[in-house]
Write a protein that binds this ligand. Structure first.
Ligand code: HEM
Length: 433
C-alpha cells in the first residue's frame, strides 16, 4: 500500500496538532509540546498524524499502549521501516545509498527477532546492574573531578555546557574504550548524528534542505565508522576490559561479528550514552529549580538520589520517539491498524499520562510508584539504562553536598529535535555549601 493510501480520515489528528507533534521545533519549547501531547491523550489517544512529506503515522500517546506495542516485537517491528521518523525524501535518499534498504546503521535499534536477540546477547551481561556496579569507583572519580571543576567557577555557569555535557561523555568513552584525546571529536559527531534539525548543532554547510540533512547524517556515520574500525583492529591485537574489546573479539557461529554490525554497535553505544544522560542531569536540575522544596528535599536526603534519577528521566524524557511498523493487521485501543502501518511511540506523552502519574507535569522526587517509561520497554528497552541511572545518581550524590542554593541566571534553551536531546543551555547562579 502506498504511504498516502494509508491515511485514514476517521481517526486523524487535526493538521496543526499533527504538525506540532512531529516538528523538531516543538520540542524546544515545553509550553508547546506538553500541552499539545496532553490534548492528544485526552482527545485522540491513538490517531494518525498526516503531515505533507511524511508517511502517515499513528501517534501512540498512552502509557498502556506503549507497553502493548513495545512488548510485542514480532508484531511491531523496528527495522522494516526507519525506526527514527524522517520525511519521505530523507528516507528515499537513505534507501538510495543502501541498496534499497532503510538500514543505514546495523545497530540494535534497526534489528528485529531473531537477529536482535543474537546481537543484544553479546553485550547484555556487560550492562547488567551487578557488572555496572563494579564501575562505581571509576565513575565516582570522574564525577568528583567534574564537581570540583564546577566549584572553581565563580558562582555562575551554564549547567549544560560547563558541567552536564562532559561528564557522561567521559564516563561512556572510558567504559567503551575511547581514549580521552578523542572525546571532543566524539561529542561533535554525536551532536551531528542526533541534532541535524537544530541549526546550532549542524555542520557549517548544512542548510534547511532535507537531502542535505540526510547527506550530513551519512557523513557523520562514515566518520564514526572510520574511527571505530581502527580502534577495533587495535583491540583485537591487544584486548582490554572494555566494550570495544568485547565486541571486536566476540564470535557468532564461530565468526567475528561482521564489520557493519560491529560498527553499528560502536556508533550506537558512543552516541546513545551521553546526550541522553546529560539531558537528564540538566533536566533534573531544572526540575528542582522550578519546583520549590525539591532541591532541599534531595539535599537533605541523599538516599533519595535513585528516586530523583527516575523523576529526572520521566520529567525531562530525552528520547522523544522511536518508530515501529505493524507486521500484520491488528487492533490497539479498539482501533484497527493495518499491516505495514507505522507507529510513533511518544515517550514524553506516556511519561505524563494522567492515568499513570498524579500531578504529571510536576517534578516530584519522591513520587511512588514512578512507572516512568523513558528507557522504553520490552526487548529493545535501553541497554544502557543501569549505567545511565548509576552515573546520574553518583553525579548528584557528589554535587548536592557542595551546593547551598541554585537559581536560574537566564532562560533555559532546548535543542530542536523530535528524536534525542534536551536542554542545550541552562544558565544558573549557585552558592557553594
Ligand atoms: C538517561 C539516559 C538514557 C535514556 C533516557 C535512554 C533511552 C533509550 C530508549 C527510549 C531506547 C529505546 C527503547 C525501546 O525501543 O524500547 C534506548 C535504547 C538503547 N539505548 Fe538508551 N538511553 C539512555 C542511556 C543510554 C546509555 C548510557 C547507553 C549505553 C552506553 C544506551 C544505549 C542504548 C542502546 C544500545 C539502545 C538500543 C537497544 C535495543 O534496541 O535493543 N542508552 N535508550
Amino acid at each position: 500500500m502506498e504511504a498516502e493510501a494509508r491515511a485514514r480520515t476517521d481517526v486523524r489528528l487535526p493538521d496543526d496538532v499533527a504538525a506540532t507533534v512531529l516538528s523538531p521545533k516543538s520540542y524546544a519549547d515545553d509550553s508547546v509540546i506538553y500541552p499539545t501531547l496532553k490534548w492528544v491523550r485526552a482527545n485522540a489517544p491513538l490517531a494518525q498524524a498526516v503531515v505533507p512529506g511524511f508517511d502517515p503515522v499513528w501517534i501512540v500517546s498512552k502509557h498502556a499502549d506503549m507497553i502493548a506495542v513495545e512488548r510485542n516485537a514480532k508484531l511491531f517491528h523496528s527495522g522494516d521501516e526507519n525506526p527514527i521518523l524522517n520525511d519521505q525524501a530523507n528516507d528515499a535518499f537513505i534507501r538510495s545509498l543502501n541498496n534499497g534498504t532503510i538500514r543505514s546503521l546495523s545497530s540494535l535499534t534497526f534489528m528485529d527477532p531473531p537477529e536482535h536477540g543474537v546481537y543484544r546477547n553479546l553485550t547484555m551481561n556487560w550492562f547488567m546492574p551487578g557488572r555496572i556496579a563494579k564501575l562505581s569507583d571509576q565513575i565516582r572519580e570522574i564525577a568528583r573531578a567534574s564537581v570540583e571543576n564546577l566549584m572553581q567557577m565563580d558562582g555562575e555557569c551554564d549547567f549544560v555546557k560547563d558541567f552536564a555535557l562532559l561528564y557522561p561523555l567521559r564516563v561512556v568513552m572510558t567504559l567503551i574504550g575511547v581514549p580521552p584525546e578523542d572525546e571532543p571529536r566524539m561529542l561533535k559527531l554525536t551532536q551531528e548524528f542526533f541534532g541535524t534539525h537544530d541549526p546550532e548543532e549542524q555542520r557549517a554547510e548544512i542548510v534547511t534542505d532535507p537531502l542535505v540533512a540526510a547527506k550530513m547524517w551519512k557523513a557523520a556515520i562514515d566518520d564514526l565508522y572510520d574511527y571505530f574500525r581502527a580502534l577495533s583492529e587495535a583491540r583485537r591485537i591487544e584486548p582490554r576490559d572494555d566494550v570495544i574489546s568485547l565486541i571486536a573479539n566476540a564470535r557468532i557461529n564461530g565468526e567475528y561479528v561482521p564489520d557493519a554490525e560491529a560498527n553499528g554497535y560502536y556508533v550506537a553505544l558512543a552516541t546513545a550514552g551521553h546526550d541522553t544522560t546529560s539531558s537528564t542531569s540538566a533536566g533534573g536540575m531544572l526540575g528542582m529549580i522550578r519546583h520549590p522544596g525539591q532541591f532541599e528535599l534531595l539535599k537533605g536526603n541523599l538516599d533519595l538520589a535513585g528516586a530523583f534519577v527516575e523523576e529526572a528521566v520521566r520529567w525531562s524524557c530525552p528520547v522523544k520517539h522511536f518508530m515501529r511498523s505493524a507486521t500484520a493487521d491488528t487492533e490497539l485501543r479498539g482501533v484497527k491498524i493495518a499491516k505495514g502501518d507505522r507507529l510513533f511511540l511518544s515517550y514524553p506523552s506516556a511519561n505524563r499520562d494522567e492515568d499513570v502519574f498524579d500531578r504529571a507535569d510536576d517534578f516530584v522526587i519522591d513520587r511512588k510508584p514512578n512507572r516512568q517509561i523513558a528507557f522504553g520497554y520490552g526487548p529493545h528497552m535501553c541497554l544502557g539504562q543501569h549505567l545511565a541511572r548509576l552515573e546520574i545518581k553518583i553525579l548528584f550524590e557528589e554535587l548536592m553536598p557542595r551546593l547551598k542554593s541554585v537559581e536560574l541566571a537566564g532562560d533555559p534553551k532546548w535543542v530542536q529535535t523530535n528524536f534525542v536531546g534536551g536542554l542545550k543551555s541552562l544558565p544558573i547562579r549557585f552558592k557553594k555549601a
